[in-house]
Design a protein around this ligand. Structure first.
Ligand SMILES: Nc1ncnc2c1ncn2[C@@H]1O[C@H](COP(=O)(O)OP(=O)(O)OP(=O)(O)O)[C@@H](O)[C@H]1O
Ligand code: SF4
Ligand SMILES: [Mg+2]
Length: 328
């Protein structure tokens, strides 16, 4: 059963001069129990806007978001924490989301108290800290006494205290050292496997997504361009953007970096290119790409992509853009 479901979601901001910015332009995705869905894409492509919309922290201008079959209503962060505790969000910088003047154990306990009211069962701060790999003594410390990795573990423990079925994580690892990133990534995988928590994991770090995500969703300029099981998508990306973004399976040397093969920048979402939004940067571009937006083509085996190369007229060219990304 799908726990978190987004259908045709749009998020449009308004700049101070009144210009609309279509940060998310019609995205559908779902997160199932125990599944980690990795969301990747360059900076500015709408990942955070989508994450916040999924949790009701940003207003959805069109489409729908459902969690456990109920619509997710737009709420402030504080209301969200109280009302929809089954859906939690963990941000990049846990320091800003933890109260600097309260002991971390008390902050973890806040979530537990709400949970007790809900299902009558009691977790303890100690079991939650153990769950995220921290010693019980940490409960007595204040956030400033913790390392970045420990703070992010506390943010996770606090989220877990609410017994969530889904956690949306927006760049949860990017403030951490590389060695700590790997540990926290393993922790996420264990939590998904052992507690059955579904996760929408946004990360610039392609290696982490490759390592822990069951499914990968590739986003470009407000749209999903390709999705599929991580293993298959990474070993054979189909969409020209995924091919450029993912290229080869990441190695230690490429950890955390976008490939140099991606030339140019993501265009301004207030003025998206006509037709396929990727066409000004695509080496496989065809005439119709410039004027007609490609639909999403189902590729079977849980894979789909929005690119004319997957259409009936061009199937022979699918995947041929691999390795053609360096400008001559
Ligand atoms: N409140 C806002 N008002 C206007 N434009 C916004 C607002 N928030 C985000 N945007 C724009 O929406 C687009 C998507 O932003 P978003 O933060 O969702 O991208 P992102 O993929 O999370 O990027 P990053 O990888 O840098 O975190 C960007 O062009 C950004 O400038
Ligand atoms: S639709 Fe055309 S421009 Fe867009 S990614 Fe596919 S080949 Fe490139
Ligand atoms: Mg972001």
């Amino acid at each position: 059963m799908t726990v978190l479901e987004l259908v045709d979601v749009e998020v449009t901001y308004e700049r101070s001069d009144g210009t609309p910015v279509g940060a998310v332009a019609g995205v559908s995705l779902s997160v199932n129990p125990g599944e980690i869905v990795g969301l990747v894409g360059e900076t500015g492509c709408g990942k955070s806007s989508l994450a916040r919309a999924a949790c009701g922290l940003t207003r959805v201008t069109a489409g729908s978001v459902h969690f456990d079959g109920r619509p997710v209503r737009p709420l402030g962060a504080r209301e969200r924490a109280v009302q929809d505790i089954g859906l939690q969000m963990v941000f990049q910088n846990p320091y800003s989301s933890l109260n600097p003047r309260r002991r971390v154990g008390d902050q973890v306990a806040d979530g537990m108290r709400r949970t007790k009211q809900r299902d009558g069962q009691r977790l303890t701060v100690e079991t939650l800290l153990e769950r995220v790999g921290l010693a019980p003594e940490v409960a007595r410390l204040f956030p400033f006494q913790l390392s970045g990795g420990q703070r992010q573990r506390i943010a996770l423990a606090r989220a877990l205290a609410a017994r969530p079925s889904v956690i949306v994580l927006d760049e949860p690892l990017s403030a951490l050292d590389v060695s700590v990133q790997a540990q926290v990534a393993n922790l996420l995988r264990n939590l998904a496997d052992e507690l059955g928590v579904g996760m929408l994991l946004i990360s610039h770090d392609l290696a982490i997504v490759h390592e822990v995500a069951d499914r990968t969703v590739v986003m470009y300029l407000g749209r999903i361009v390709e999705t599929g099981p991580t293993r298959e998508l990474w070993s054979r990306p189909l969409h020209p953007y995924s091919t450029a973004l993912i290229g080869a399976i990441p190695t230690v040397g490429t950890v955390g970096r976008l490939p140099e093969a991606l030339i140019g920048e993501v265009p301004d979402p207030a003025q998206p290119p006509s037709g396929c939004r990727f066409h000004p940067r695509c080496s496989a571009v065809m005439d119709k790409c410039r004027s007609i937006d490609p639909p999403t083509f189902n590729q079977g085996d849980g894979r789909s992509m929005a690119c004319w190369l997957a259409g009936p007229d061009h199937l022979g060219r699918l995947g041929e853009s691999r390795g053609q990304w360096h400008p001559s």
